[in-house]
Design a protein around this ligand. Structure first.
Ligand code: PEP
Length: 251
């Protein structure tokens, strides 16, 4: 039995007052049987950790440095995130890969750094529209996943989460159909199972890409979809809570 997990990626949206209100509203009504994670912008982590004191909702960050310490102006170490109450961190989000040039190797390094700092990485994988149209979806996902497996080892996935996020579905309003998403999730689980059936059975694989309150239930009903990584809809407490609720009922 895999506990569902729903994570909100706020990206660079909102300001402090919105962050406080959104966090408090979500914490007040988050269902107990779903792991709920909020990933606000870095500067708000400390304040929101206080808002979330004694609440079940966890904090995550959207990125971390691939190094632990040193002369890396503008970077933030995993250990610093942990000090501010983070338990999760997104790694390899498609915007990091496409806009900031993160390579598979760098993503794998960040994955390892996150775990070394005691954070659970949420490893984002996904193909572009052109890659899907060329029939390369599985090859792309395999390449991105293998980069992490070969560096971290399959056992590392016992304290990590995977998120399948087709790039063409992020922020576009286009969602993978439940069948399309399930097919890729099953592919990911099968690829992990080649190295460890036990790890594959336990690892949670989230779907992300224009998940909204009205399409969440059908996606989450698929057997290999264990939750969601939510962008736009996580900026509205009611929408996000409705998605969390859909994750409960899908169990
Ligand atoms: C995301 O940013 O990870 C995401 C899935 O965004 P959206 O839900 O807005 O497509």
């Amino acid at each position: 039995m895999r506990t569902p997990i729903v994570a909100g990626n706020w990206k660079m949206h909102g300001r402090l007052e919105m962050a406080r209100t959104l966090t408090a509203d979500i914490a007040l009504s988050a269902p107990a049987d779903v792991e709920v994670v909020l990933c606000p912008p870095y500067p708000y982590l400390g304040v929101l950790a206080e808002v979330l004191e004694n609440r079940s909702v966890a904090l995550g960050a959207q990125n971390l440095a691939s190094e632990a310490e040193g002369a890396y102006t503008g970077e933030v170490a995993g250990e610093m995130l942990a000090e501010f109450g983070c338990r999760y961190v997104l790694v390899g989000h498609s915007e990091r890969r496409s806009l900031f040039g993160e390579t598979d190797d760098e993503v794998a390094a960040k994955f390892c750094r996150a775990q070394a700092a005691g954070l659970q990485p949420v490893l984002c994988l996904g193909e572009s529209q052109a890659e899907r149209e060329a029939g390369d979806t599985e090859a792309v996902i395999a390449r991105q996943l293998d980069a992490v497996l070969s560096r971290a080892g399959v056992a590392a996935l016992t304290t990590a989460v995977i998120a399948y996020e087709p790039v063409w579905a992020i922020g576009t309003g286009l969602t993978a159909s439940p069948a399309q998403a399930q097919a890729v999730h099953a592919f990911i689980r099968a690829r992990v199972a080649q190295q460890s059936p036990e790890v594959a059975a336990g690892v949670r694989i989230l779907y992300g890409g224009s998940v909204k309150a009205d399409n969440a239930a059908s996606l989450l009903a698929e057997p290999d979809i264990d939750g969601g990584l939510i962008g736009g809809a996580s900026l509205d407490a009611d929408s996000f809570l409705a998605i969390c609720q859909a994750a409960t009922t899908a169990q």
